[in-house]
Write a protein that binds this ligand. Structure first.
Ligand code: ADP
Length: 164
């Protein structure tokens, strides 16, 4: 049985991320969800916030551990004894990105493999970056994020939580 690592920015965690984590946790003995400390992206949430939101969102999955990490994903995978990196695929563009990254990662660390999970149909249009834009403009994001997250996103934009 193998420990797997599910890395990401998770800014913030969405229902799509939780779906991938839940399904990966069935296939692996242990799943370490790792919140990337320093992605090359503009972030809405701090690492502490992203980590805590992910912990709350995954608290119902017993074999999931949420941690933070920095540096190379494959090196971190090796350090924690993970044999596989889990990623989610929504579209051809996700595939292209993961395809390139997989070859680079294999060159760096041949013992760590990549396992991609296809998004569930209900979540294929859920994207952390798009939902932040929707929330910023006052749109309804509650179906796209776990219950604890919607409130956190609206409050970042100084907006009241929507109830309907
Ligand atoms: P990144 O790690 O590239 O910064 P994210 O933190 O947004 O991206 O996502 C982490 C992983 O989850 C990536 O593999 C991404 O493709 C996947 N993912 C994001 N949203 C969804 C979704 N709605 N369904 C399935 N997988 C998703």
């Amino acid at each position: 049985m193998v420990t797997a690592l599910y890395p990401g920015s998770f800014d913030p965690v969405t229902v799509g991320h939780v779906d991938i984590a839940s399904r990966a946790a069935i296939q692996f003995e242990k799943l370490v969800v790792a919140v990337y400390d320093t992605p090359s992206k503009n972030l809405l949430f701090t690492t502490d916030e992203r980590e805590q939101l992910m912990k709350d969102a995954c608290s119902h999955i017993s074999n999931v551990e949420v941690v933070r990490f920095s540096g190379l994903v494959v090196r971190f995978a090796k350090d924690i004894g993970a044999g596989a990196i889990v990623r989610g695929l929504r579209s051809g563009s996700d595939f292209e990105y993961e395809f390139d990254m997989a070859f680079m990662n294999r060159k760096l660390e041949p013992e760590v493999d990549l396992v991609c999970f296809m998004t569930s149909q209900d979540y294929m249009f859920v994207s952390a970056s798009l939902l932040k834009e929707v929330a910023r403009l006052g749109g309804d994001i509650k179906d796209m994020v776990p219950p604890n997250v919607a409130e956190a996103v609206y409050s970042k934009f100084g907006l009241p939580v929507r109830d309907g």
